[in-house]
Design a protein around this ligand. Sequence first.
Ligand SMILES: *[C@@H]1O[C@H](CO)[C@@H](O)[C@H](O)[C@H]1NC(C)=O
Ligand SMILES: *[C@@H]1O[C@H](CO)[C@@H](O)[C@H](O)[C@H]1NC(C)=O
Ligand SMILES: *[C@@H]1O[C@H](CO)[C@@H](O)[C@H](O)[C@H]1NC(C)=O
Ligand SMILES: *[C@@H]1O[C@H](CO)[C@@H](O)[C@H](O)[C@H]1NC(C)=O
Length: 357
Amino acid sequence: MECHRKWSCLSSAWLLFLGVFVFRQTWAVHHSHIGQFTAVGTAHSLLELSAINFLNDIEVGSYNKAHKQIIVKIPWISKALGVNNIIKKINLLVEHEQHFRWTIQFLSRNDTNHNRNHTAQLLAECEIDNNITVKSHIYLIWDGVEYFRIDEEVGHWENINPEFKEYQHILESPFWTTLRKRYMKLYCVDLMRKIVGYSSIRDNVVPEVAVSQHVSPEGSIILSCIASGFYPRSILMSWEKYGKLGIWGNESSSGTLPNMDSTFYLKVTLELPPEDSGAGYTCVVEHSELKSPAIYSVPGKSTVEKSWVLELGIVLAIILLLSCAGAIIIWKKRKTGSTGQLERAFPSTPPAPSSLP
Ligand SMILES: *[C@@H]1O[C@H](CO)[C@@H](O)[C@H](O)[C@H]1NC(C)=O
Ligand SMILES: *[C@@H]1O[C@H](CO)[C@@H](O)[C@H](O)[C@H]1NC(C)=O
Ligand SMILES: *[C@@H]1O[C@H](CO)[C@@H](O)[C@H](O)[C@H]1NC(C)=O
Ligand SMILES: *[C@@H]1O[C@H](CO)[C@@H](O)[C@H](O)[C@H]1NC(C)=O
């Protein structure tokens, strides 16, 4: 940056700073919060209730009925929320026990075996982008099967399992509607705003990428691309052949998996058809911490062959050089009939073969 006058220099430095700041912000404005409640009980008692919260795909807190306390995984979050808020949340969860007890008793009231266990689950999911709510969903699950869901933007419950259709009016009653709207705002959206407004959950980390290939027992070439240690979770990995995107073989994925340090891991593989030699493939990785898609080429067999040829060439050259030197020594020995003149036999530039007699 060339600055002729002090003011123009300052303002361009300011613009540069602003540019970097805005760029970093655009990736940090999207946040998600998931609350997962699981209750186990029978027609006459609630045996278990647990709740787990995930913020930007990282577990931040949990609760269970047995201990009646919230365990905050990231210490500063307690500070961000304040003690009063946490006590309020515990009281609320104790209150939720009644709701789950009631739900399980109601749905299992016709059970012939009253000791049969049932599982009732509620998944609440919300997202903000630039501080605006862009998603607010609830899913209801009974014995592992989803039966209702709601998108707050649509505003009414969608029946997934027809066996439960008759309960729609209960979910849409003023009591549950008011409760649902209040809780989603207070405990899904506002709670998330409070936490992300205080600090970022963790530093963003660029993915480390490794690409490799091997041959399967059946003889086909399998390409692997591993991205590890990245944050946030969102990542796109694809295979290109000579720069073109396409389905080049059987693709599989490990799914994005969490690491202990709240970063993520993803492995994608591509099994090529037998006629494909595996040449020209690249793994393309897109992640918010990479300024543009990063391209990693597959360390091909061809490069292995090339280096082999190169090594062989060097070995041959050395053998040739040594045999030339040997020939000179023998020639010199014969000529002078003396020993101990090895230094002269190795001149700094080896003699061309034509200089031999
Ligand atoms: C329980 O039985 C009542 C009638 O006695 C019926 O209306 C209701 O659908 C049944 N509930 C379930 C969950 O099967
Ligand atoms: C019901 O669930 C409780 C708590 O998870 C468990 O201890 C109990 O063995 C279960 N009972 C049956 C009949 O599966
Ligand atoms: C985000 O939105 C909420 C509610 O609309 C508002 O109270 C809050 O001040 C906003 N925060 C920022 C940083 O704009
Ligand atoms: C892909 O998988 C299918 C079924 O597993 C198999 O029949 C097919 O041969 C595979 N194709 C390649 C290119 O490996």
